[in-house]
Design a protein around this ligand. Structure first.
Ligand code: GAP
Length: 457
């Protein structure tokens, strides 16, 4: 019998589980944290890597029209002028004159209406109380706050040495467009995919790893003729949604939200968010944008390098149009954790299960000797040594076997292999499934194919 945990509790329970079991820790915690940055622990690094591998497989390995890239984080400062980020990558920031707390305008109660009013030059904050101290009137007129982190290259901190930490990975794809196209001799339409770190000096980070100041993006730019771009925009919406469902996110927890003209990013002619129902409400976790020829055209203009494409079928030269898919690896990992979290009654207690799809689970297999007796331990270690080259796996021999099963359930390990006293005689072991808790006995000699079949690998 399945009893879902109360939705609003899930965020809190996951944050605690993530810390206790080694998925995610606050960064620099012994110094009191470092302001919305996170470290992925031994289990978190496996989970996030599996999410990224799954994305790469879908977006690069299984496609004959997409290639990969790993661009540098530090780029020429003109990149960010050309891309429009220096001028436009801003959030409206308001400050309370009493408690000095700062807020993003769109995150105030009634934020959407306030933002629309601000865009229409009709904003009146005199009747808006400060969400922190309640003072009214106290909120300042919004000022534009650029989200990019500034740094300096080399020993001198002057305007000539300014560099920016990239706020999106996409720009190296645009800047390298011609190099990639020529090196791979690609013809339109084709895509370039990239996974990498991005940085934003968010005014109001929060909700655990949902919004942080350092995060990873998984982005793909699909280059095509202008006339084909609207069709690819629709196709990528469907493909990306299907990918999320294949990661175990129920279809009814996903929806599209099209951006109104006045909320689109400066580069987008059309944009939609794929939203997931997080425990704190529906929120964006992937953006799909029709960026037109904006970026290539701007980089041509600012660098002086012609980034147009020569179509040898028509002998015409033109600047390709771009449809972009962009999802945060951390945010996707969080959504997957939220969707996987489950609780069910278990005798007097509650069984916590992360129902992660096997390809995402940090450990696919846990090898568990029934007791710590040396002869069982030795055989179990032999079994683990046979399993390790094939599957990311773990070994646990402390405490009662029931408790050890629960520990593996809680971190999403799909299969446990139990070595018992009978195993010493019949050279067979028990495979126990996380979801059904069903058990089957398998000869050690046939264990690897049996595990592979059960994992659906
Ligand atoms: N290149 C387009 C772009 O960056 P975006 O909608 O600003 O578009 C894309 O960001 C995705 O990156 C978001 O849907 C989200 O998953 C992730 N993301 C953005 N800001 C983030 C943050 N502060 N923390 C974690 N993930 C973030």
């Amino acid at each position: 019998m399945k009893t879902a945990a109360r939705v609003e509790d899930v965020a809190e329970k996951l944050t605690s589980l993530a810390k206790r079991r080694g998925f995610v820790f606050p960064s620099s915690e012994i110094y009191g944290g470092a302001g919305a940055t996170w470290d992925f622990g031994p289990l978190g690094v496996e989970l996030k890597r599996n999410v990224k591998d799954s994305w790469w497989r879908a977006m690069v390995q299984l496609r004959d029209d997409i290639v990969g890239l790993d661009g540098a984080i530090l780029m020429h400062p003109r990149v960010w002028e050309a891309s429009g980020h220096i001028e436009n990558f801003t959030d409206p920031l308001v400050e309370c004159s009493h408690c000095r707390k700062r807020f993003r305008l769109d995150e105030l109660p009634n934020g959407d209406a306030l933002t629309s009013a601000w865009r229409a030059n009709k904003l009146d904050l005199s009747k808006e109380p400060c969400p922190n101290c309640g003072s009214m009137p106290a909120l300042s007129q919004p000022r534009r706050f650029n989200l990019m982190f500034k740094t300096f290259v080399g020993p001198v901190e002057d305007t000539a040495s300014i560099a920016w930490l990239r706020p999106e990975t996409a720009q190296s794809i645009f800047v390298d467009f011609e190099s990639v196209q020529q090196a791979t001799r690609r013809k339109l339409p084709f895509g370039i995919a990239q996974i990498g770190k991005a940085f934003r000096n968010e005014i109001t980070p929060g909700n655990f790893i949902f919004r942080s100041r350092e995060f990873e993006q998984m982005e793909m730019q699909y280059f095509s003729r202008a006339a084909d771009a609207p069709r690819f925009y629709e196709e990528w919406k469907d493909l990306r949604r299907a990918w999320h469902v294949a990661q175990g996110i129920p279809a009814n927890k996903l929806r599209f939200r099209d951006h109104a003209a006045d909320e689109r990013a400066h580069y987008a002619a059309a944009a939609t968010d794929i939203e997931f129902e997080f425990p704190f409400g529906w929120r964006e976790f992937e953006g799909i944008h029709y960026r037109t020829d904006y970026d290539l055209r701007r980089h041509s203009e600012f660098s002086g390098k012609d980034l147009s494409y020569f179509d040898d079928a028509t002998n015409a030269r033109f600047v390709p149009h771009v449809v972009e898919t962009s999802v945060g690896a951390d945010r996707a990992t969080y959504a997957i954790l939220c969707a996987a979290y489950d609780e069910e009654p278990d005798k007097e207690e509650t069984r916590v299960v992360l129902r992660l799809r096997p390809h995402l689970a940090p450990y696919k297999i846990a090898v568990l000797p029934l007791s710590k007796k040396p002869e069982l331990s030795a055989l179990a270690r032999e079994v683990w040594a046979a399993v390790r080259p094939h599957f990311m796996s773990t070994f646990d021999e402390t405490q009662a076997i029931g408790r050890r099963y629960r520990r593996q359930d809680e971190i999403g390990t799909p299969l446990c292999v139990t070595v018992d006293f009978e195993s010493l005689v019949d050279r067979a072991v028990t495979i126990r499934e996380r979801d059904s808790m069903g058990q089957v006995r398998v000869p050690i000699a046939e264990l690897i194919p049996a595990l592979r079949e059960k994992l659906g690998a």
